[in-house]
Structure formats: C-alpha cells, structure tokens
Design a protein around this ligand. Structure first.
Ligand SMILES: [Zn+2]
Ligand SMILES: [Zn+2]
Length: 352
C-alpha cells in the first residue's frame, strides 16, 4: 500500500473545519490591523535561505529540502516565509507602492526534522511581516496582534517571553560574552554544541539536548545593549505595560536565525509545553539591506498552524461544520423538499 511520506499528513475533512476557522480568524484580525495577503512560491533558489537564515543554522545545514533542477540549479522547498516575503518586497518594489508595507501569509513550509507532536516535515505557518519602520510602537503593535489572534481563537493560557538582541554591535558583544561564559562547560555540552560554540554560539541556547538545557538554565548572561537599543527595548516594554499585555523578559530567547536584531519574542502555551513555541518572531532590521534592498527596518512573526490546532483541541475548542436538516411530513413531495433545500442553500451560502 502506498502511504503518505513520513512527516506529512492528510488533513481530513473533520479537521479541515478547525483549520478553516483558524485561518478565517487570522485573516479577519490581520485585515483589521491593515495587513494584506501575499502568496510567494513554495520553491525558491536555495541561496535565498542560505544567505538570510544563515549557513550555520540547523535549518540550512540539516533541515532544508534542496534538490537540483534540470539546469543544475539548487532549489529549496521554503523552510520559512520571511526570506521569500523580503525577496518579493525588493523584487516587486513594494516599498514604492506603500510606505509601511504590512503583509501576511498562510501556507505550507518544509523542514526535514524528526516528526513528533506538533512538528511535521510539511508544516503550516501563518504570519505577518511589517516592513518599513523601526519605531518601537510597531514592535508593540505586532506583539499585540499575535496576542489578539490567540485570544480571538479562545486560547488564553499562553505566556509571552521577550528579549532584545540589540544592533549588530551589541550582538557581537553578546556573542563574545557567551564565548567567555560557556567556555568552562565545553566538555559537558553535547557534540553539536561544541561545533556551535565556534560557528554560531547563540544556537547553544536553542539546543534541545536536556544536558545542554540544564547548563544554559543555570548561567547568567550579561546585558550588552547599547543606550539606543536599550532605550528601544524599554519603550517596547512600556508599550506592552500600557496595553496590559503580560510578558516576561528572558535573556535566553535568541531565536535560531541569523537575521534577527533588537526585539525578539516567543509565545508558549501549556498544552504544547515550554519547548515548542506556538508563535515566534522579532525584528530583522538588516535583512532587506543584506538581500540587496534599501536599508529598511522590519519585524514579523509566525504561528505554527498544527500547534494552534493542537492547542484548540486540547482546550476542547473544536470547530464544527454547520448543517441544516429539513424534516418534511411523509406525504410532502420530495420535489418540495428539494425546493426548500435549494432555497436554504441560496440564502446561507454562495454555492448552490
Ligand atoms: Zn545597539
Ligand atoms: Zn547541545
């Protein structure tokens, strides 16, 4: 018998209802906040992701699906959407059409990971990218949007963790500090973390190995933000306080990808555990410039749709399809039944 590939799944009709309600809520809220949908291709040149996400990341090194087409070009199935959206922003000159460009996307992404709860090789994300402003108010608005979406879906038992990676200079200082602090633990860290130590030390903080997690948990890292970045982070916190959005500052949230700068955040939910964020995002102020565009600050986030569906199921909040039953007395003509059915469909649905 032929089976679906490992790490891929059929989303069957009874579950599709739940997915549709998640997507509809997301579309409605994104529209209220002024975001417009963009649909980028599922395949892109592999170099797009290598350049933006970083060639020393797990995504690029181990998880990205890459194949060679007939003209021997390296093509990747997109492992995430930010790089594609930024590519489209530059290529399609979206900056000329609108000042602050607010975009959202919904669709499948691909990473060759070990499949487990809420983690598939073809998985789905919905997210936003706001490109064109470095204002801390935008950070607050983007975080508010993520929180509003969860609340609209009926998910309230989540927690928000925020951090700031600072500008490029701060990030370098932070890396230096991590090198110093982690050096005595090198023998106890896993083999991969030993490689990460040299190539990409921030990733040690993302390691899933329990031994490494325990070590990282016990370490205190220095705050290395410059006055401007520190001021920006303070304004973000102040904005969140004013809106009554609860958060904790977690210096160990660094996000795994190279392009993040300044504000980064993660939202976790009880049902999924602390290890798997339901939403993750942050600023990427240098990415547009690094990819050949103008110097344009930006921020975004992505939700895992499988994880949202799992949370909703855990809360017993499942969507159901609407049905109308037409009961007719035995003697009534079947044609009359059909007429009523047709009438109902024409009133309640555009498809009849
Ligand atoms: Zn700075
Ligand atoms: Zn490790």
């Amino acid at each position: 018998m032929l089976k679906a590939l490992r790490g891929t799944k059929d989303i069957l009709p009874e579950e599709v209802c739940l997915w549709q309600s998640i997507e509809t809520s997301a579309r409605n809220i994104f529209a209220i906040y002024g975001y417009k949908e963009i649909r980028t291709p599922i395949i892109e040149e592999a170099s797009l992701f290598i350049r933006s996400i970083g060639d020393a990341t797990d995504i690029v090194q181990k998880e990205m699906y890459v194949f060679y087409d007939r003209s021997r070009r390296a093509i990747a199935l997109r492992p995430e959407a930010t790089a594609s959206v930024v590519r489209a922003y530059i290529e399609d000159s979206l900056s000329h059409k609108e000042g602050l460009c607010k975009l959202y996307y919904i669709g499948p992404m691909f990473r060759s990971e070990r499949p487990q709860k809420g983690r598939q090789r073809q998985f789905h994300q919905l997210g936003v990218e706001a490109i064109g402003s470095g204002d801390s108010l935008l950070d607050v608005e983007v975080i508010l949007l993520a929180v509003s979406l969860l609340k609209a879906l009926g998910i309230n038992d989540f927690s928000l963790q925020i951090n700031s990676l600072g500008c490029e200079k701060d990030k370098l200082a932070m890396i230096e500090d991590y090198r110093k602090v982690l050096r005595p633990y090198l023998d106890s860290l896993c083999r991969e973390c030993n490689t990460r130590y040299n190539k990409n030390i921030l990733r040690v903080l993302d390691c899933k190995n329990p031994g490494c997690r325990e070590i990282v948990k016990g370490i205190k890292f220095k705050d290395s933000l410059c006055p401007a970045c520190s001021g920006h982070f303070e304004s973000v916190k102040k904005g969140l306080n004013q809106l009554g959005i609860a958060y904790t500052v977690d210096r160990k949230i660094v996000r795994g990808l190279d392009y993040y700068t300044k504000t980064v955040f993660e939202i976790t939910q009880k049902e999924l555990g602390a290890k798997d964020a339901i939403c993750a995002g942050g600023r990427y102020n240098n990415l547009v410039k690094d990819m050949g565009g103008k110097d344009t600050p930006a921020i975004g986030f992505a939700f895992g749709v499988e994880r949202l569906a799992l949370s909703l199921k855990g809360l017993g909040l499942e969507a159901f399809s609407q049905r109308i039953f037409i009961a007719t007395p035995e003697k009534l003509l079947r044609s009359e039944e059909r007429r009523v059915g047709k009438e109902c469909r024409s009133r309640w649905s555009p498809y009849h």
